[in-house]
Every structure is written in structure tokens, then in C-alpha cells.
Design a protein around this ligand. Structure first.
Ligand code: ARG
Length: 444
């Protein structure tokens, strides 16, 4: 920083100035910084630490800067290092010497912690909106294809028939947990560190509780050293972002597979597909692939932050400046990806004939055969073994189970009756599922 250098004999080297500045990341924190400063100035005036007219001059100057920031016209100078000094300098240009009173009982150490917390709380709110929006698209898609039957998979091998609605709604559950996680993280993020000063608090009669209240933060820090160095909230936030990104990636991967020619279960509309510069027939699911790839960057941000924090000695350390880019980057990526996923889900049309054909392989109904025998009193393990033998024998003979004579079935278990042939209908298999959370329509 090229200001506040009265005690130094030389200016800061240019390369060092560039290197230690954080104006690029801080462009995202201008509104948070101004909001925090407005609350701080009000508190200083309330506590008699500045006069009412000084408080008013500072407040109106900061509000003018806020309007400027909202128009996107607040430029940050690298020589002022960060958003805090840039605001102070611009305020001084605007209102003159009253601006010099604003920093009383405050350090950039508690100020930056507050800015990142304000940014994170607002990012959490936007991410929860994005998650709700994506969930709504998922519910719409489930409703639109409510009777579509498809194979459910384990080990990416066809397992049992399920409803498409059940499969897609599995992602709804993941995103519901993500919302809970973000809400939980918000509780520990909305804690005001302002009033901690550089790390020891202040000799001035400040009121950190009233600042917190003005900012809508329900809690205030308890220990000033912890307040300036705590970035746990950022780690929690990035963990919540990472899990959301992983869920997005898994969903993207699933849709990529379902939309491949090999599966052909779904088609993506033209508004979300792109073509090849060489092969004119190509319709590629690029947004899904990019969402899948960008989830890696979010996990990278979490690791980046954890490694930065790992070996910090107690107190404020400048390393903490580097905790801002991963938070800002991941918040931006995940929010964008949620919006893109929502557009992609809206663009999905399920090919019900293909999914039904794939789910009609009689082998997918062998569990129904086992449960059929269990209902007739055969112990589960025995039923499982008998059906396994039946499957193996007729697979070897290359004869599908519905073609096998009842007499033959009875050789494996005399409990088999004519109604066993009714079990090979995938829609009936789905309809027979009545347990809690199952693929049966009532449970869905
Ligand atoms: N520029 C730093 C940041 O925004 C805050 C500076 C604190 N500097 C200091 N010397 N204590 O993270």
C-alpha cells in the first residue's frame, strides 16, 4: 500500500505493491464494505465518538459511494491495496476531513472479516434461491413424465424398474440437504466481528452489539483475537458449495449418460446443446459437461482455503487475505451452475418408449419373483437361491423367463403358480412397490 507510510523511508516497491494488493477480489466486496462502514459510523455517532453532524456527513458520503457501486462505477486503485483504503480515500475526496474519523476503533482486520461474512451471507441467500429454483424444475420434470418407467441402476447395471420421476426426484433430496447445510452455515457466518479491532478490542466506548443489529447479524464475536482470524465460516461455506457442486456434477453426468445414443433415454432441447465445428450431426450436452468440470474448481477452492488456514499461528495473518478469492469464485460458479442445471432440466424430454423397453428385460423382475415366494412363506435366502438357480439355468439355455413353462418353475419352488407370469410387467413391478420412500407412485 502506497499510503499510511509516514514511518517509512522508502515507497513500497512496485512489484510488492501489485503482489500484496487484493483489489481484484475486493471489487466483489465494495457493497459489503460500505454497508459495514455505514453501520460503524452510525454506532460511532450514537456513542458520542463522533458528532451527529460528522456522522451525517460520513453517512451521506458512504451512501453516495454505495449508489456509485450499484451503478458499477466504483473503481479500485491497486496502490490503495484493498477495498477498505479505497473507500476511505474516495470518502475523503467526497466529504473532506470528516472522513478521517471513520476508522476509529476499527482495523482492516475486523473490517475484512466482516466484509467476507456479509458477502457470504448474501451468497448463501442467492444459492438457496438457486437451489429452490432447480428443485422446482426437477419437480416439473417429474410431473411432466409422471408415468414413465425406466430401469434403475446399481453399479451402472440395470437393477429394477423405477419411475423416471423417482430417479429425478432423488436429486431433489440432495439439493434439499444442500439448502439445510447452507442455512446451518449461515448461523455461524452471520456473527459480527466488528469491534475486535486489530485483535485486542478498543479503549473507546464502542458498541459492537448495535453494529451487529444494524447489519442484521444475530450474534457478535466473543473473543477479539478469534474474531479477526476466524475463517471457519468460509471453510463451512466452501464445504457446502463443494457438496452442491458434487450433486450438480452427478446430475450432469447422469443426464449426459441418459442422453447418449447408447441409452437414448432423454433428449435435450436445442437451447442447451451445441454442435461440432467439424461433424455437422453432433448435438453435444456442453453445459452439463462444463458444470461437471467446474465442480472440480469448487472442490479445489475448499482445499485451497483449508491449506491456507492449516498452519496459521494465532492472530491475524496476512495469509487470510487469500481466503477471499476461493469464497468469491465458488459462490459465483455454483450459482451459475445451478441456473444452468435448471435450464437443462427444463430442456429434458424423456423417450418413454425407450426407457420402457430397457426396463422390460425380464431379468429386472427377479427381485419381484423372490418377494413373490417370500409372500408365499418361503424364507428369503432360500427364495433368493431358487430364483438365482432359475435365472442361471435359463440364461444358459438362452430362454427368457416369461417363456419358461410353469412346470419348470415348480421344479425350483412348488409355490410358483400361473400368476407368476404377471410379474414380468415393469409398470406392475413399479406399482407393486408400496414401502416408504419407494418408487411406487403413492410414495413419490
Ligand atoms: N488487505 C487485507 C485484506 O483485505 C487487510 C489488511 C490488513 N493488513 C494489516 N496489515 N493488518 O485482507
Amino acid at each position: 500500500m502506497q499510503v499510511l507510510r509516514k514511518a517509512f523511508k522508502q515507497p513500497l516497491s512496485d512489484v510488492v505493491t501489485e503482489f500484496v494488493a487484493c483489489t481484484h477480489a475486493d471489487a466483489n466486496l465494495v457493497k459489503a464494505d460500505l454497508t459495514g462502514s455505514i453501520a460503524h459510523a452510525q454506532m460511532l455517532a450514537e456513542e458520542g465518538l463522533i458528532s451527529p453532524s460528522q456522522g451525517e456527513a460520513i453517512g451521506s458520503g458512504l451512501n453516495k459511494l454505495l449508489a456509485k457501486a450499484e451503478e458499477g462505477n466504483f473503481d479500485l486503485k491497486v496502490e490503495y491495496e484493498d477495498v477498505h483504503m479505497n473507500v476511505e480515500k474516495q470518502l475523503e475526496e467526497l466529504i473532506g476531513s470528516d472522513a478521517l474519523r471513520l476508522h476509529a476503533a476499527r482495523s482492516r482486520n475486523d473490517q475484512v472479516a466482516l466484509d467476507l461474512r456479509l458477502f457470504t451471507v448474501s451468497a448463501i441467500d442467492s444459492l438457496i434461491d438457486g437451489l429452490n429454483f432447480l428443485q422446482a424444475s426437477i419437480v416439473q420434470s417429474a410431473k411432466k413424465h409422471v408415468d414413465v418407467v425406466m430401469p434403475g441402476y446399481t453399479h451402472l447395471q440395470r437393477a429394477q424398474p423405477v419411475l423416471y420421476a423417482h430417479a429425478i426426484l432423488a436429486f431433489h433430496e440432495m439439493f434439499a440437504r444442500d439448502i439445510e447445510r447452507f442455512n446451518d452455515c449461515k448461523k455461524r457466518t452471520a456473527v459480527s466481528p466488528l469491534g475486535a479491532g486489530a485483535q485486542a478490542g478498543s479503549a473507546l466506548s464502542i458498541n459492537p452489539h448495535s453494529v451487529a443489529q444494524k447489519l442484521g447479524f444475530p450474534k457478535v464475536f466473543s473473543n477479539s483475537i478469534d474474531a479477526v482470524s476466524d475463517r471457519d465460516f468460509a471453510a463451512e461455506f466452501l464445504m457446502a458449495c463443494s457438496l452442491t457442486a458434487i450433486h450438480i456434477s452427478q446430475m450432469a453426468e447422469t443426464l449426459v449418460i441418459w442422453s447418449s445414443s447408447e441409452f437414448g433415454f432423454v433428449e435435450l432441447a436445442d437451447n442447451v446443446t451445441t454442435t461440432s465445428s467439424l461433424m455437422p450431426h453432433k448435438k453435444n450436452p456442453d453445459p452439463l459437461e462444463i458444470a461437471r468440470a467446474k465442480s472440480g474448481a469448487v472442490i479445489g477452492d475448499l482445499v485451497n482455503l483449508l491449506v491456507t488456514l492449516k498452519a496459521l499461528p494465532l492472530g491475524y495473518n496476512r495469509d487470510l487475505q487469500e481466503t477471499k478469492p476461493p469464497v468469491i469464485n465458488s459462490a459465483t460458479i455454483v450459482l451459475q451452475a445451478l441456473k444452468v442445471m435448471s435450464v437443462c432440466v427444463d430442456a429434458v424430454t424423456v423417450n418413454a418408449e425407450k426407457t420402457l423397453a430397457a426396463a422390460s428385460d425380464p431379468a429386472l423382475m427377479t427381485t419381484d419373483l423372490v418377494e413373490y415366494l417370500v409372500l408365499k412363506g418361503v424364507p428369503f435366502r432360500q427364495a433368493h437361491e431358487k430364483v438365482a438357480e432359475l435365472v442361471a439355468d435359463w440364461r444358459e439355455k438362452n430362454i427368457a423367463l416369461p417363456e419358461v413353462e410353469l412346470e419348470e418353475y415348480k421344479k425350483y419352488a412348488p409355490q410358483f403358480e400361473k400368476d407368476v407370469f404377471g410379474l414380468f410387467d415393469p409398470a406392475l413391478s413399479v406399482a407393486s412397490k408400496k414401502s416408504h420412500g419407494s418408487t411406487g407412485k403413492v410414495a413419490i
